[in-house]
Design a protein around this ligand. Sequence first.
Ligand code: SF4
Length: 413
Amino acid sequence: MSGARTSRPQSSGVPPGDQTGDRARRPLAAGETPALQFRNPELARALAHQLETLMKEIGREVSVMHVCGSHEQAIAKFGLRSLFPKKLNVIMGPGCPVCVTDVPEVDEGVLLAEQPNVEIATYGDMLKVPGTVRSLADAQAAGAKIHIVYGPSQAVEIARKSDKEIVFFATGFETTAVATAAILIAGPPDNFSILSAHKYIPPVMEIVAEMPDTKIEGFLAAGHAAAITGYGVFEEFVERHAQPVVVAGFEPLDILAGLVELVKLVRDGERKVVNTFPRCVSREGNLAAQEQLWKVFRPCGGRWRGIAHVPNGNLRLRDEFAKWDARKRFTIDLRSLWDFAPPQLANQCICGDIMAGIRNPVDCRLFNKECLPETPVGACMVSNEGTCKIWHLYGGIPDLGVGQAPSPVEVAS
Ligand code: SF4
């Protein structure tokens, strides 16, 4: 089953993208900048009112999950939780690619960085992610050469100018995996290779939906990933799990409109996919990008940090691209780390439960104490897309105060 429609606030009858308030309706004065679209407070209040009405009609707690760090960022940054009805729990799931990069994958990067003649290029967020013993930042402090890059093309440029082996430690979901794929199809230099820790989102939603006693009643899917895969990719999931999925963009009104649709589907018991981000997402998605993605990568099972083994959740290079596969080009012997127990504090990290939607950062006794962005204990405090880092940056739950929000555990009980 599927559907594609745009939420329209009932009060105005005007879709969010077409109306930005009085400022948008009159000519701009000299030096005046255009009003930001999708952030109109009047429309936000109208959508919040719709949410409130829907939740009153439902008359009980409802828990939904979004699977994207960018959604959590926008929710926290714009204080949207202060607009959500008290009985609506919007929980962040495993939507931070840095956070779900597993410990052995970080270990591989660290051991590669420590090899002579090898330099690592990766995203800045990856530097402080803890491995079993050391992070890439630790390796860098000990003399390893780590290049911070914004994407794989920059890593290729470094390789072209270098006589070293440049390994691009590739993390991220299907959105960034496409860029990695394009680089390999274009034919990078011989001294370039990829250590792929890319992940594929749809399979992990299956894991969350199948968790025993899950209270999640619907998913808000990330618009940027769906722009690649198309919203049709969620149709089988909806059939299998009888859970609605709404694809939403990242502006405040996108998120509020997406939640209105999702809660409506929950109220009506409708199980289908709704696309509230039609300005970027179609049912079939970006076919050219998909072709590149699946030409280079094959899905395979693997662990997502703190969550579970996710069948088909990892993306690894196909044999045709083995020449550029760092795992095949270098010997990476993780046995040297087997004797090390995780640091004591790391045992108290509940990142896995947070990403599974079972607990909140405020449930962690280390949150904002021993665990801070400068001294992260777990991966969720490292990346700007990690729930703990986001809640640290924006003060936990805006307008409610840290500790006052119901944890999903309390809500579920
Ligand atoms: Fe882990 Fe730190 Fe988050 Fe606690 S606050 S769950 S230790 S990342």
